[in-house]
Design a protein around this ligand. Structure first.
Ligand code: NAD
Length: 434
């Protein structure tokens, strides 16, 4: 099939690469000239495990291309996927629909022949109706259906998740559109569950899923606080919880709070939708407030380990919102570093992949190190904020020789407490009485 993907970011790019690998002809279109230029020069614009090889292979085969030109991408496409951003509105915290609306206006005039317009972006309930109305207004003759095709990939695992989805949700009110999508996703027949639902249910499934996962993270963080007071160990508690098949093992790792480009914005958008429809979404609202508080609480936890809060050097290991990605959007590490900088100007940071993105967010004075050991030179406290494997494998005796005071605050519980203490560190983690 011929596919056009509008928006070549964390969702659009892996989706385009994956669909090309399945044998489709894919053109990814974006407004960002630098992005398209880089991709056309064979350079990836974001980091995802396994993406590079497939990207190169499919570009070489001629099945995958990149353009700034909406017309050439959309003309003749069987399916046009909208994968542009839906960031939080700066004041209302609702999903800002300006990119979705603009994409709908721009693509509408180039539709020719029957086309399925699929919204991959995470959008409020009722967006399908809006996109449909825009296209109808711009191009009354167009033969098309608008469907909701929510994306569930996890950053850092985008390629894995593309080829191994838990489910494929197709929110279509038309049988014809459903048939096209079942044809496109035929390679997944028998490998995953297909959910054919109405468009509004599909739009809701995405928000309900992300809000649930955010609540699960908040829940285990709350349990971690409880364990710290009682002497229980949250890792043991999480294991006990997770083995209950009704609960499940995933998303039970306590930490500095959830972040990333999805959970914070989607929980906020969901809470605002609740208000709009007169339904008070208490659990979600509490989760949002407590997650915000948690980041400040974690910064305090790090500063409390300094002899003098305004002087000692702090080493921060990890800036991305989670391991396996270079994405720093809404990363708890960004807020925590900013909070530390507020009291203490002496912070040195390191992340294996996310330094470039962090530089765009941390405008305050921060020192950037070349590696974890350099970041820790002269540090009075080492804070681990992202669960990179590289930090799991730190040579603690080498690290000990670099620091000024041997204190580690491990906000991801990735080090072995006994090993850290054996190497002479005061070790503080989450959810255990330290
Ligand atoms: P992104 O910011 O990485 O990428 C969006 C891209 O769209 C940008 O490159 C931007 O230049 C481009 N764009 C905007 N308007 C355009 C237009 N009119 N024409 C062409 N290009 C345009 O965003 P993302 O992280 O890929 O997220 C996209 C959507 O997918 C969001 O709604 C997000 O909530 C949802 N989502 C994201 C993830 C994730 O892990 N990042 C997972 C599931 C769903």
């Amino acid at each position: 099939m011929k596919i056009a993907i509008i928006g070549t970011g964390y969702v659009g790019l892996p989706t385009g690469v994956g669909l090309a690998e399945l044998g489709n002809e894919v053109v990814c279109v974006d407004k960002a000239e630098a992005k398209i230029e880089a991709l056309n020069a064979g350079k990836l614009t974001l980091y995802e495990d396994g993406l590079e090889d497939l990207f190169k292979k499919n570009v070489a085969s001629g099945r995958l291309g990149f353009t700034l030109d909406m017309k050439s991408a959309v003309r003749g496409a069987d399916v046009v996927m909208i994968a542009v951003g839906t960031p939080p509105h700066p004041f209302t915290k609702e999903a800002d629909m300006k990119y979705i609306h603009a994409a709908a206006y721009e693509l509408a005039e180039y539709l020719d022949g029957y086309t399925v317009v699929a919204t991959k972006s995470t959008v409020p309930v009722g967006t399908g109706d809006e996109v449909e109305a825009i296209i109808r207004k711009v191009n009354p003759e167009a033969e098309f259906d608008v469907i909701s095709l929510p994306e569930f990939l996890r950053e850092g695992f985008a390629i894995h998740d593309f080829f191994n989805p838990d489910r494929i949700v197709i929110g279509a009110n038309s049988e014809r559109a459903r048939r096209v999508m079942l044809e496109l996703y035929k390679p997944f027949d028998g490998k995953t569950e297909f959910l054919l639902v109405n468009r509004k249910s599909s739009e809701t499934i995405k928000y309900a899923s992300n809000a649930f996962l955010a609540m699960k993270i908040h829940y285990i963080n709350e349990m971690a606080d409880f364990c710290e007071k009682t002497g229980a160990d949250v890792r043991e508690v999480a294991r006990g919880l997770g083995l209950d098949s009704r609960i499940g093992k995933k998303f039970l790792n306590p930490g500095p709070g959830y972040g990333g480009s999805c959970f914070p914005k989607d929980t906020n958008a969901m809470a605002q939708m609740g208000k709009k429809y007169g339904v008070h979404l208490n659990l979600i609202e509490t989760t949002i407030a407590k997650n915000d508080e948690r980041k400040a609480m974690m910064a305090k936890r790090i500063l409390d380990r300094l002899e003098n809060r305004s002087e000692g050097r702090v080493a921060v290991l990890g800036l991305a919102f989670k391991g396996g990605t270079d994405d720093c959007r809404e990363s708890p590490a960004m807020d925590i570093v900013k909070d530390i900088l507020h009291e203490n100007r002496n912070v040195c940071v390191y992340d294996p992949k996310a330094m470039g993105n962090a530089k765009g967010i941390l405008t305050e004075k921060v020192t950037y190190a070349e590696d974890a050991y350099q970041a820790c030179e002269g540090a009075e406290v080492v804070a681990i904020l992202t669960e990179w494997d590289e930090f799991r494998k730190l040579d603690l005796s080498k690290l000990k020789a670099k620091v000024k005071a041997p204190k580690i605050v491990d906000l991801r519980n990735i080090l072995d407490a006994e090993e850290a203490r054996k190497n002479g560190f005061d070790y503080y983690c989450i959810g255990q009485a330290c």
